[in-house]
Design a protein around this ligand. Structure first.
Ligand code: UDP
Ligand code: MN
Length: 623
């Protein structure tokens, strides 16, 4: 940020000065000329005629003097201007060279890596850092210089410091999975685990390499493991996949190799914080059916600084992307900042009783690449008799990468894995995942793999329904059963454009070239509402409803429940391939070209315009 802002600013001030001085000089020169000319005319007029002849010579010689003076003045001012220009040029050169000396030339002004970091790096260093950043998604250049045993801020609540734990805690296997991670980052994770876990409980650290191609992770990593094992015999193990299996299978591989009472399954880009393990081991010792998650802080991908995160519970939306939800009132009422918090889900990293985890089916090995496996485990744990808790006194710093080395677009894998979760676990509410991803309920064309063994597991474990889970564990997530049409909404006048929620933040829908992103998701309810934009279906963030404000020709988007409460006109009649008519005002949603020739949505007396919506549910709209 510093770099990017200061350099152009310096340039900008320099240019302003040059222009200002030039204008002043211009005025000055012009003023001199003017006063000379005006002066001549003035002095001409009052002379009596008799004196004219003699005066002419005098006058001419005077004029000559004046001209000479003018010439001198012009020469002087030109020289002065030149001098000022030179001085400015020198000043700017000095500024530029100072800037260059301080910052060097900024080679990647748009790279996120250099927004807050990288001052003083030479061009070659910048190139190297940027190269590593692109490859790994974080600042490997910096990581390679930071100490492996660096101290990080103790982010626990002070009341955690007073906690004492039994000296007879269960033993622990720590599993670190990775795919093309920087060696220094893996080593820092290992070092933090060795230094911050009581040696009597730490049985092993199992590394799972999900078929990395990075050369550093071959012989150099093997050498490091040997070195650690000389110091701590038998502590480190490594298992290498001979093809890419994705994160769920990598975690399962680690679990299969583990031998301790408890497994903690972590990413390899973490640093565990002080006394992270004790609360985990103590809680699992107390109750073997609880799956626990530490609280995460963030290691910034650019500066590697620790960013403290507040305590929250781990939730997810209908696309099954994880999100943080607010703490439950029942926990707040305890007034104990150290008490475990019941959570509907885990983010990914977790710890569990090794055997209990096996009994309930570890992770779904049918999940590919990334995502979904955390929600699958969460639903299974809750629906099949376990529970999930966040432990406020256990903290792990996790590096949130800027981008992933294994997939440019995570949504492809997440969408597919999400459908898998929906099909195995969500019963009559599974359509919500299809709706959120804007996928047709039948013939989606997405292959979510064979789910028969997971369904058999559900039978075997006699698991409760998803409806039970929603009502008892995660009431914030609300299923909707009144939606009958969803997807892109097109007016047949021009089917290249779609109804769109418009610029955010804003409340005016627009017509925009059709694309595949959620601002163009539209949901029509049998009850008459049109939701426009992403489906959230949670209590505290709201869908927006297409509204007839009653006057003017522009439709608006209003938060639905507020609009309903305030009696706004949010209910519409619509049939596939028919008009969109407001139930109260009787006006139609139509499109019209504005003065620039662009189609805009308008509310007007119905003409003959009709609309289509991309997907339908059940038999709605079939006649
Ligand atoms: N991972 C893996 N194989 C894959 C994709 C991911 O082993 O094909 C690992 C990855 O190296 C990381 C963990 O899965 O240790 C979680 O992935 P990531 O850290 O990218 O996800 P995030 O923590 O950002 O959700
Ligand atoms: Mn991660």
């Amino acid at each position: 940020m510093m770099l990017r802002r200061n350099f152009p600013k310096a340039l900008c001030i320099g240019l302003t000065l040059v222009i200002a001085v030039n204008i002043l000089l211009g005025f000055y020169t012009k003023g001199t000329l003017q006063s000379l000319i005006v002066g001549m005319v003035h002095r001409d007029l009052p002379l009596p005629l008799a004196e004219w002849d003699g005066a002419v010579i005098k006058r001419l010689s005077h004029l000559e003097v004046e001209l000479q003076h003018l010439k001198e003045t012009m020469k002087w001012s030109m020289k002065r201007q030149e001098n000022v220009n030179n001085t400015l040029k020198q000043a700017m050169e000095a500024m530029a060279s100072e800037t260059q000396h301080k910052f060097h030339k900024k080679l990647f002004p748009d790279s996120q890596l250099f927004k807050e970091w990288g001052e003083g790096l030479s061009e070659a260093q910048q190139k190297k850092a940027q190269d590593l950043f692109q490859k790994f998604g974080y600042n490997v250049y910096l990581s390679n210089q930071l100490p492996l045993n660096r101290t990080i801020l103790d982010t626990r609540d002070s009341r955690c410091l007073q906690k004492t734990y039994s000296s007879q805690l269960p033993s622990l296997s720590v599993i670190l999975i990775f795919m093309n991670e920087a060696l220094s980052v893996i080593e820092r994770a290992i070092t933090s685990i060795i230094n911050r876990t009581p040696s009597q409980v730490l049985k092993e650290i199992i590394l799972v390499d999900d078929f990395s191609s990075n050369g550093e992770l071959k012989t150099p990593l093997n050498k490091k493991i040997k070195f650690y094992n000389q110091k701590y015999p038998g502590l480190l193990k490594i298992i290498r996949h001979n093809k890419r299996r994705g994160l769920a299978q990598s975690r399962n591989t680690g679990w299969e190799a583990a031998t301790a009472d408890v497994v903690a399954i972590l990413d390899a880009h973490i640093e565990v914080n002080i006394r992270w393990a004790e609360p985990i081991l103590a809680r699992i010792q107390e109750d073997r059916t609880v799956i626990v998650s530490p609280v995460f802080d963030n290691i910034r991908f650019d500066t590697f600084n620790l960013q403290k995160y507040g305590l929250a519970i781990d939730g997810f939306n209908w696309e099954l992307w994880c999100r943080y939800d607010s703490l439950p009132q029942t926990w707040l009422d305890l007034h104990d900042a150290t008490a475990p918090v019941k959570s509907p889900s885990i983010m990914g990293i977790f710890a569990a009783d090794r055997l209990f985890l096996g009994e309930i089916g570890v992770l779904d090995g049918g999940m590919l690449v990334y995502g979904g496996e955390n929600v699958e485990l969460s639903l299974r744990v809750w629906q099949c008799g376990g529970k999930i808790e966040i432990l406020p006194c256990s903290r792990i710093a996790h590096l949130e990468r800027h981008h992933k080395p294994y997939a440019m677009d995570l949504s492809i894998a997440l969408k597919r894995n999400a459908l898998r979760v929906a099909e195995i676990w969500m019963d009559e509410h599974k359509h919500m995942v299809y709706l959120a991803w804007n996928v047709p309920l039948e013939n989606s064309g997405i292959d979510y793999g064979d789910i028969s063994s997971r369904k058999a597991l559900r039978e075997k474990l006699k698991c409760k329904t998803f409806d039970w889970y929603l009502k008892n564990v995660y009431p914030v997530l609300k299923p909707i059963h009144s939606i009958v049409g969803y997807g892109r909404m097109k007016n047949t006048l021009d089917e290249s454009i779609c109804l769109d929620q418009g610029p955010v933040p804003g409340k005016s829908p627009i017509m925009y070239y059709c694309h595949t992103f959620s601002p163009q998701n539209v949901y029509y309810h049998l009850t008459g509402e049109f939701y426009v934009g992403a489906l959230t279906a949670e209590t505290d963030s709201e869908e927006h409803c297409l509204t007839d404000p009653g006057k003017g020709e522009k439709p608006t988007l209003e938060p639905c429940s507020k609009a309903a409460k305030n009696g706004l006109y949010i209910y519409w009649n619509f049939k596939l391939g028919g008009a969109v008519i407001n139930r109260t005002t009787k006006r139609c949603l139509e499109i019209k070209k504005d003065t620039s020739g662009t189609y805009v949505p308008v509310l007007q007396t119905c003409t003959t315009q009709v609309w289509k919506i991309q997907h339908t549910i059940r038999d709605w709209g079939s006649n």
